[in-house]
Design a protein around this ligand. Sequence first.
Ligand SMILES: [Zn+2]
Length: 165
Amino acid sequence: MKTQKQLFQRFELINQTGDVGDPLWAMRFILFRFLPFNLVKGMLRPGVDMPYWFATGLPLPLDPTYVDSYIKRISKSGFNIAMKHRTLEAKRNIMRMVVLLWIKEDPLQEFADRRLNYANYGCPILRKVGEKYLYEMPKVKKLELIAEGKKCDPACPTCGNPKYQ
Ligand SMILES: [Zn+2]
């Protein structure tokens, strides 16, 4: 499990990078939620003050049980996103999962972060991570087909279209 100091160092590094792509953006999004307000206040967008910080339930507890429950939640929403074929959201969801696995120092991070393992709205990754974090893929025919790399419906224009992978 990473420490608050390690999270902050990573967060600072991303901020120094300037213009960041989607994976780093996802990392920034997750990291700052686990950091105390006084550490990140200089790097937040205008209007985000301490009352806002606490009102939104931040910072999140940096403990393994909480991170596990967060991973479980991401698996769950990932399957919902897959059902709705929201391709961009599906990718971002997996990116957030990669960050949480990094925080947990879980070897599955490598699997989840490999582009080769990303297909079908991230279902193969969601399934593998879900097995460990005790969240099973919902038993829905459409989802089972997608996870196997098949179309949810032979007429679906999105499934299997490389443009949406
Ligand atoms: Zn489909």
